[in-house]
Design a protein around this ligand. Structure first.
Ligand SMILES: Nc1nc2c(c(=O)[nH]1)N[C@H]1C(S)=C(S)[C@@H](COP(=O)(O)O)O[C@H]1N2
Ligand SMILES: [Mo]
Length: 323
């Protein structure tokens, strides 16, 4: 199992409980000091984590990505990082608890309905959909509004390919995405604390940009539950919350759709949510970020470093609209 934390001098203030836990566990195991069971009692993070999570193996396909970087030369985050530090409120508000709580999530059977202002509305079986388009490798930075980031090797296909297939009518101006609405599979949807199901949206021209993909894989293996199995949106120039997971419905509409976090806190989360180091969030500075697995902060880049591909979409707009 790869573990990027092993050789890093660990500062408690800079690491997640998960990282601390793994680091100590490997150290103590190597030293033959304690059994995994004894260690769990001492170091189990806040809730939900269990020994299965700690022993979870990365898929063999991870090896194909050894030494790869993003186009700026930054190394990929490990499979362990990407699948054990997740925002997915349908399972938990605790990022380390999402993995164990979603371990038995059923991503089959699954359909994706594509409807609304289109000439050819259609409901796709997920496996049929995955076979329809070549699955491309896309190494993207993910920048969460909470000021952490990762570099992630996704597989998927351009959202534009699917939209062209269903033929948006001239009245279509926005794309509305909705997560599966089923509390037997996404347990916190049974609570009324949040406006479930999770929903997101893009302007149609943003959705047609080649950077916007529907991801169905991670590190060469099927997308795992904590990252949004079986299919999720990835828009790397926007804050992570735009990347809606477990999509069941894609609707072409003529008005700006509601978005989950905007409904929860309209002054904190706007529709556009483009990564912008110059626009502070009401609660978090956005000028720098902590790359998971690194100790020092990195400067946050305008449009998360993708400005050459997306800045044209916002010509003449007040970018403060990010919030
Ligand atoms: N359905 C759903 N999608 C979601 C979320 C969520 O809670 N539910 N969290 C969002 C947030 S805030 C982020 S940062 C990313 C995190 O993606 P990751 O866990 O794959 O890194 O997923 C986004 N998509
Ligand atoms: Mo996020």
């Amino acid at each position: 199992m790869e573990n990027e934390y092993k050789s890093v001098p660990v500062l408690p203030s800079e690491i997640t409980p998960r990282a601390l836990y793994e680091n100590r566990r490997d150290f103590l195991k190597a030293a033959g000091i304690v059994t995994a069971g004894a260690l769990l009692a001492a170091c189990t993070p806040t809730s939900g984590a269990d020994s299965q999570q700690a022993d979870q193996q990365a898929p063999a396909s991870v090896a194909k990505y050894a030494g790869k970087t993003d186009e700026l030369g930054a190394p990929l985050n490990s499979y362990q990082d990407i699948t054990n530090y997740n925002n997915y409120y349908e399972f938990s508000e605790n990022k380390e608890a999402v993995n164990p709580l979603s371990a038995n999530f059923k991503s089959r059977p699954w359909t994706v309905e594509v409807s609304g202002l289109v000439n050819k509305p259609r409901t796709f079986d997920i496996d049929e959909l995955i076979k329809m388009f070549p699955q491309e490798d896309r190494i993207y930075r993910l920048r969460c509004v909470e000021a952490w980031s990762m570099v992630i090797p996704w597989q998927g296909f351009p959202l534009a390919s699917l939209l062209k297939l269903v033929e948006p009518t001239s009245a279509a101006k926005y794309v509305h995405f909705v997560t599966l609405d089923d509390h037997t599979r996404l347990p916190h949807e049974a609570d009324n604390l949040y406006p479930w199901p999770y929903e997101e949206g893009l302007r149609l021209d943003e959705a047609m940009n080649d950077l916007a993909i529907l991801a169905t894989g991670l590190y060469g293996a099927p997308l795992p539950p904590p990252d949004g199995a079986p299919i999720r949106l990835v828009t790397p120039w926007k804050y992570g919350f735009k990347g809606i997971k477990a999509i069941a419905k894609i609707e072409l509409v003529d008005e700006q759709p509601n978005t989950f976090w905007h409904t929860v806190a309209p002054n904190e989360y706007g529709f556009y949510a483009n990564v912008n180091p110059n626009v502070p969030h009401p609660r978090w500075l956005q000028s720098s970020e902590r790359r998971i697995g690194e100790l020092s902060m990195r400067p946050t880049l305008m449009f998360n470093g993708y400005g050459d591909k997306v800045a044209y979409l916002y010509q003449g707009m007040d970018l403060k609209l990010s919030y």
